[in-house]
Design a protein around this ligand. Structure first.
Ligand code: P6P
Length: 340
């Protein structure tokens, strides 16, 4: 209504980082803030291309092929290039691991941070208009680090920050710092600013929503089968079955789980013995968000996801994450029926 109060005290991501730098003391130095500004720029750029992807890819709008007729780059290549250039450009990153790059990228200079990312997670869903996103994690390198892939073979507990963007109806950024809470920002396209819209996001401890690809149930372990049976056919008298919600894009399933609660799982199974999702730039960053929002994240053999150390930069893991009580319920049944 006309006299609705116009908010004039807007917290942008830039302002949040400045204030967080003050609160987070030691590692949130100016370098960290400049690195986050470069991250922010890459999210804005990727959001722009995603919004136009259909037009560019499907009707060859100007820019989809240059004068020499080069093929229009697939969006995940564009996203990857934007991300790499933004991380190189800020001068604060020494090591960059991307889902799109077989090897770690080592930048010249004396950047103090390592970044792990999946520039466009879920890109196979793009043509169907399903939300995709960027998942990222930031490590502070040890003083003696010389800049090599091994510098990021660390447990997720070492992450100083992590989060993801979901490019949906609007571009939503979820950001959490080590030992901090979870904050959600929405990109205001008119201002070109991420605005704090979801301060201190907390998941309910319980919520009867489960999110898993049931098309894999043929390959599930006995424990996994028993757990999902127990929430679909509850034994307790009068108990209602859980609702199934599976989008097939991790950032979208994670964002819904963060907003509503419930459990998301991509279990290791007979088809994918190590699971499908990557530890460094899918499971660990998401696990840190879930834990800082009051939830849990465990591997298929029920280890804390954030304690898992990858042997190689593209290693995978099974994952169960979401509301505290929901993950504990799954753990209880898996512990009983599956081996460690
Ligand atoms: P499936 C998308 O390809 C992705 O990497 C994640 O975003 C998503 O959670 C998962 O794979 C979906 O895998 O086997 O269910 O299609």
């Amino acid at each position: 209504n006309a006299d609705a109060e116009i908010k004039t005290d807007i917290i942008t991501l830039t302002r949040y980082l400045t204030e967080a730098q003050h609160d987070l003391g030691s590692y949130a130095t100016g370098d960290f803030t400049l690195l986050c500004h470069a991250l922010q720029f890459s999210f804005k750029s990727i959001a722009y291309y995603i919004r136009r992807a259909t037009l560019i890819n499907l009707i060859g709008l100007a820019g989809s092929a240059n004068s020499t007729g080069d093929d229009q780059k697939k969006l995940d290549v564009i996203g990857n290039d934007i991300f790499i250039n933004a991380m190189r450009g800020c001068g604060k990153v020494k090591v960059l691991v991307s889902e799109e790059e077989d090897e770690a990228i080592i930048f010249p200079g004396n950047g103090k941070y390592a970044v792990v990312c999946d520039p466009i997670d879920g890109s196979s869903n793009l043509d169907a208009g399903v939300s995709v996103g960027t998942i990222f994690g930031i490590f502070k390198l040890d003083d003696g680090a010389t800049g090599k892939a091994e510098d990021v073979l660390l447990p997720g507990t070492e992450l100083v920050a992590s989060g993801f963007t979901m490019y949906g109806a609007s571009a939503n950024l979820v950001l959490t710092m080590k030992g901090g809470n979870v904050n959600g920002f929405t990109l205001d396209n008119a201002l070109g600013e991420f605005i704090l819209t979801h301060p201190d996001m907390k998941m309910p401890k319980s919520r009867s929503i489960y999110s898993v690809n049931e098309g894999n149930s043929l390959y599930w372990t006995e424990g996994c089968k028993a757990y999902f049976e127990s929430i679909k056919y509850p034994a307790e008298a009068g108990a209602k079955p859980y609702s199934a919600r599976y989008i097939g894009s991790m950032v979208a399933d994670a964002y819904r789980t963060l907003c509503y609660g419930g459990i998301f799982a991509y279990p290791a199974d007979k088809k994918s013995p190590k699971g499908k999702l990557r530890i460094l730039y899918e499971c660990a960053p998401m696990a840190m968000v879930m834990e800082n929002a009051g939830g849990l994240a465990i591997t298929s053999d029920r280890q804390r996801m954030l304690d898992l150390v990858p042997e190689h930069i593209h290693d995978r893991s099974g994952i169960f994450m979401g509301s505290y009580n929901e993950v504990m319920k799954a753990k209880e049944i898996l512990d009983k029926l599956d081996s460690k």
